[in-house]
Write a protein that binds this ligand. Structure first.
Ligand SMILES: Cc1cc2nc3c(=O)[nH]c(=O)nc-3n(C[C@H](O)[C@H](O)[C@H](O)COP(=O)(O)O)c2cc1C
Length: 412
């Protein structure tokens, strides 16, 4: 069983009023979008494409009778969008019935941000824009992008303001996602939350790790509580704070809401290979019975559906290749056998996939439920020093746009 993250630094932390306390939490407002559940799928590059989001929404509908959460697309780079990069345009694909269509922008420059947001408005590409300031990858922070950027308070504010200006007068709200800071000596989340709200962001999401933690250790949920408190104290009580980091089971979501007073939860790695997790989180937070996890045979059917959706989006070769990375996550905790696992990790066509999955539909363990599937999954890694541009920490008020920081990268 996971141990809880350390929650209270008594000198700095006054607990925010809990919004949950074992009661039900049935809504989350993101600007004009009233969501019936406070559960958000975290944007994950290479994962939360239209295929995965469709699968998650189908699972929520099947298990809960309705689609209530928010499902954020994998991020796209603002500049690549404006330049109509073919791959980027394809990444902005949404299902016909996706509502709201939530698109995340990675950006470092107010001008590209404005152009990209304006394009989203003019071409009706999405109903919600989230902005990614959480990426800890060295090739991004080295140039001042991702989680390095909020340290430059004015530049950060200018970027958020540009997106808000471009969407003014529309029903497209802007939200911002960031980390606690660069490292423990350079926390930026309180300023980032307040500045984002000052500039018109309608919600903020905090991945409660610093960039130097990357994905290692545990998220420090007390920082979510501090951000919530700071938003209230700075006159932004109406701007929802979404907590993110280390939710792997329904109980984690409730604990995060109870302990931090946050208004909603953002879930990333916990959903890898578990598109049904939303239904569980949503049920838990709404005080409804938590649906049972699928049996091994049902997981096989979900894998097949995921593959079908990927193939629709990417073609058979690429879709099947893309599926392979999900297989280990899907089968974690299930008695699928090593032969099936390794065959699945090699499938190249849907016909091959069907052959391998047949062993799971009809095998001796078809009715098996997962054992210990609720632990951490996906990226973990180890902490490391954050690489920054020369002199980056000298002047937090410097609003110069960093050069070459708007390159494509692999997430947050
Ligand atoms: C494979 C992967 C890709 C990610 N890509 C993005 C991204 O494109 N944008 C973003 O803001 N965060 C991205 N993240 C970070 C997640 O959105 C989330 O903040 C992080 O995984 C912590 O939440 P979790 O503990 O629920 O996984 C990514 C994370 C993973 C594991």
């Amino acid at each position: 069983m996971r141990t809880l993250p350390c929650i209270v630094d008594a000198r700095r932390f006054r607990p925010a009023p809990s919004r949950c306390d074992n009661a039900t939490v049935t809504d989350l407002r993101i600007g004009p979008h009233q969501l019936a559940s406070p559960v958000v799928l975290a944007p994950m590059a290479g994962v939360t494409n239209v295929a995965f989001r469709t699968l998650c929404r189908e699972q929520e509908r099947e298990r809960m009778g309705t689609v209530a959460g928010l499902y954020v697309c994998e991020m796209v780079t603002a500049r690549a969008l404006v330049e109509r990069n073919e791959k980027t345009m394809h990444m902005t694909t949404f299902a016909d019935d996706e509502d709201p269509r939530s698109l995340q922008l990675y950006t470092t420059d107010p001008e590209w941000t404005y152009e990209a947001a304006k394009m989203i408005v003019d071409e009706n590409l999405a109903d919600h824009i989230d902005m990614n300031f959480g990426c800890p990858v060295p090739k991004v922070t080295r140039r001042g992008g991702g989680s390095a950027l909020p340290y430059k308070r004015r530049l950060f504010g200018n970027i958020v303001a540009a997106a808000v200006r471009a969407t003014e007068g529309t029903d497209i709200p802007v939200t911002v996602k960031f980390r606690v800071g660069i490292d423990d000596d350079h926390h930026t989340h309180l300023d980032a939350g307040r500045i984002a709200a000052d500039q018109g962001a309608v919600a903020v999401a905090l991945h409660a790790r610093t960039a130097s933690q990357r994905y290692s250790g545990q998220a420090d949920w007390s920082q979510i509580a501090r951000l919530k408190e700071h938003m209230v104290d700075s006159g932004h009580a109406g701007v929802p704070v979404l907590g993110n980091g280390d939710i792997f089971a329904a109980g984690d979501a409730r604990r995060m809401m109870d302990e931090t007073g946050c208004d909603g939860v953002v879930v990333g790695r916990g959903c890898l290979g578990r598109p049904w997790l939303f239904a569980e989180l949503s049920a838990e937070l709404r005080g409804l019975p938590v649906p049972a996890p699928p049996t091994l045979a049902e997981v096989a059917a979900i894998i097949r559906r995921h593959a079908g959706l990927l193939v629709e989006h990417e073609g058979e070769r690429k879709g099947c290749r893309d599926l392979r990375k999900h297989v280990g996550w899907y089968l974690r905790g299930y008695p699928a056998g090593s032969e099936v696992r390794s065959s699945l990790a090699r499938v190249a066509t849907l016909a091959e996939l069907d052959d391998v999955l047949a062993a799971l539909y009809d095998g001796p363990h078809a009715g098996a439920l997962p054992d210990d599937a609720d632990g951490a999954r996906g990226r973990q890694g180890s902490p490391g020093k954050v690489v920054l541009p020369e002199g980056w920490l000298d002047d937090p008020e410097d609003e110069t746009v960093p050069e070459g920081a708007d390159l494509m990268h692999s997430g947050g």
